[in-house]
Design a protein around this ligand. Sequence first.
Ligand SMILES: [Zn+2]
Length: 324
Amino acid sequence: MPFHDILGQEDAKRLLQNALRKDAVSHAYLFTGLAGSGQMKTALMFAQAIFCTGRKDDACGECLECRKVEHGNHPDLTLLKPDGASIKIDQIRELQRVFSYRSEGVNPKVYIIEGADKMTVQAANSLLKFLEEPPAPAVGILISDNSSSLLPTIQSRTQRIPFSPLHPDLMLQALAADGVPVPLARCAVSLTSGLDGCRELLAQNWFAEMRNLVLQLAKESMGKGSTAVATAGQKLTKAGLGEHMDTLFSMFHLWFKDMLYFLYRRHESIVFIDQLDFISRHARERSTEQWVSYMESATESKRKLRSNANAVLCLEQFLIRLEG
Ligand SMILES: [Zn+2]
């Protein structure tokens, strides 16, 4: 898995590959940025490149070292992640114990700490000494989407590698490669940030069902004397979607925005792309101001939900406003 297999993140890749090329690999890095922007994949890739005997600034993917990393059994690579809600001092002590032995080869040992901001204060203090004076040559990679909450002393002792959010087009490409249907992929990309987040959302059984329900209600509410309000609550409960109302209103928001995209001839931005025909026939039935006010209603409904309003009631009130 060479560096060019990692989507986007050209700056991060360049910084890391330059370090490898110049034998200037730091003993600690901090990968920051939105979760799921490829930090873990890049960290593993970097570890592989450090161990690789075939390439200097990349991983050949074929040598024994590369294959051990790929199979998750490289003796000089240690992965650490929160145990429950936090990374505890015992986990850092265990890391220190493992690292008190020299590596098996000529290379430094590598450790990757996922969710590094979740270290307890004791764990972080314990890591601090280790970051400064590892008992054997070591490269640490700390991953955090909330790096400002790390101890300043840890931040200052690590080289920061920022990860930028992936461009939506890149995410769509990756999801297409996963075999996700385009309309679902567009919806997921519009609702979450980061490829991991999208994949997580798409793996939920309710996600596609929710999209269908939103389409059904949205279309019904366009008709005169619609039954959308009367049956909405029932449909919601029947499909077991009541827990995901936040997503429901977010999807409605996207739907109304699609109407505006259509009116402003920005078809390439339309999320419900499989509904282009319906959208083209109905977008002009409301004014721009009305579509905008519907979007505001959706946002307002999400706010009400957060303050514990009744979910079904919230949906009914929202749908009534659409018909008015
Ligand atoms: Zn290799």
